[in-house]
Design a protein around this ligand. Structure first.
Ligand SMILES: Cc1ncc(COP(=O)(O)O)c(C=O)c1O
Length: 414
């Protein structure tokens, strides 16, 4: 098992004091905190290696290019990809999913085709499909969940047929923490000749993910939710779908040769550079690689188990303190079915009011719809919810304090 107390030593921000109280950071699904090692890698790059990549023969440019390229290798290994040629660096999950919509969707979708998504998606895996369907004449089928927020796999199987060209699905819900059986869903999709794109924004930072074991075609995730910097994300593109894709953003760095002799002739660059147009977030990529090394040292299985322990402990403490009936939870109670995320409402209190009261005690949570309004409405939480999301540095003592504060809010609440 991991030791959150020694891990905390690496996260200077966790020592800050707000309103005279030590910060308790439970907003990890929105973004994670960053360890010294990542901060130091960023500082080191700017003080020792900064230059633009792929454009110079001088020493610094070569060094920056090497570090940036190796960052792709590190990420490839982390998710079990074949190599850097399957790893495209983008800004975030949202951009990665939009890249699939435009580079793959515009080329492969047409009148009568179907994209299958689910009601549990984040808006970033919801809106691009409706938009691309409008451009191409395809339609979008939204598969339901049950009242516990678990995917209706029976409906999903029914929905995927020979007209389905793409299945777009979250690996882990950012609201309920429900983990979908992506491996089984990929098999169903492929058996009908469809492709599958997985939103891994909440899974890659928190559970072991191996793209070849899962058998997915695309996987999108964000560096900032997994100890890395903001402004860097990843789209895994299986080499098997590469031929089906067109270029999207084009310009500098996306080509090997451009000629204009009365007409345009272009030889596109190799993967992944073909999809990384313009000067990329070089330091972001290097910071992300450092974050991945940090997570690998701790072990993703350990991180997942630690978070499940925290969720289990939270539910237990709420029961012990006798206000479980006031806590209306989205998603299953069983920690086995979910990651380290608990979204809820407290009595009749508005979620934002609850979050403000928690903030007075220096407890950082998120309130609102968490970019998943259709799921909230489906589960009957039309005012949104409060979301506490845990990570490797959170402790049982923090949960104790959280439960204590929630109990005192319940006492004052209607
Ligand atoms: C499941 C899920 N998908 C997509 C996103 C979008 O991530 P980003 O804002 O980094 O693009 C998030 C982040 O909140 C998420 O939790």
């Amino acid at each position: 098992m991991l030791n959150p107390y020694s891990i905390r030593q690496d996260f200077p921000i966790l020592d800050i004091v707000i309103n005279g109280k030590k910060l308790i950071y439970f907003d990890n699904a929105a973004t994670s905190q960053k360890p010294r090692q990542v901060i130091e890698a960023i500082r080191r790059f700017y003080t020792e290696s900064n230059a633009n990549i792929h454009r110079g023969f001088h020493h610094l440019s070569q060094e920056a290019s090497r570090l940036y390229e190796e960052a792709h290798d590190t990420v490839a290994e982390f998710i079990g990809a074949r190599g850097r040629e399957e790893i495209v660096f983008v800004r975030n999950t949202t951009e990665a999913l939009n890249l699939v919509a435009y580079a793959w969707g515009l080329k492969n979708l047409g009148e009568g085709d179907k994209v299958v998504i689910t009601i549990m998606e984040h808006h970033s895996n919801f809106l691009p499909w409706f938009k691309i369907a409008r451009h191409t004449g395809a339609s979008v089928r939204v598969v339901d969940v049950n009242d516990e927020g678990r995917l209706r796999v029976d409906l999903l199987e029914e929905a995927i047929n020979e007209k389905t060209k793409l299945v777009a699905i979250a690996h882990m819900s950012n609201v309920t923490g429900v983990i979908n059986d992506v491996k089984a869903i990929a098999k169903i999709a492929h058996s009908m000749g469809a492709r599958i794109v997985v939103d891994g924004a909440q899974s890659v930072p928190h559970i072991p993910v191996n793209v070849r074991d899962l058998g997915v075609d695309f996987l999108a995730f964000s560096g900032h939710k997994m100890l890395g910097p903001t402004g860097i994300g990843v789209l895994y593109v299986s080499e098997e779908v590469l031929e089906d894709m067109d270029t999207f953003l084009v310009g500098g760095d996306t080509i090997k040769e451009v000629h204009y002799r009365g007409r345009l002739e272009v030889i596109w660059h190799d993967m992944p550079w073909r999809y990384e147009a313009g000067t990329p977030n070089i330091v972001g990529g290097i910071g992300l690689a450092e974050a991945v090394k940090y997570l690998s040292r701790i072990g993703m299985e350990n991180i997942h188990r630690h978070e499940q322990e925290l969720v289990k402990y939270f539910f237990k403490r709420v029961e012990e303190e006798g206000f479980a009936d006031k806590l209306k939870i989205l998603g299953p109670r069983s920690p086995e079915a979910r990651g380290g995320i608990v979204s809820f409402t407290l009595g009749e209190l508005d979620p934002h009011a609850t979050a403000i009261m928690l903030d007075e005690e220096a407890i950082a949570v998120r309130s609102g719809f968490h970019c998943a309004q259709p799921l909230h409405e489906r589960l009957g939480f039309s005012r949104g919810s409060v979301r506490a999301s845990f990570y490797l540095y959170n402790t049982k003592e923090e949960i104790d304090r959280f439960v204590e504060v929630l109990k005192s809010i319940v006492k004052q609440a209607p």
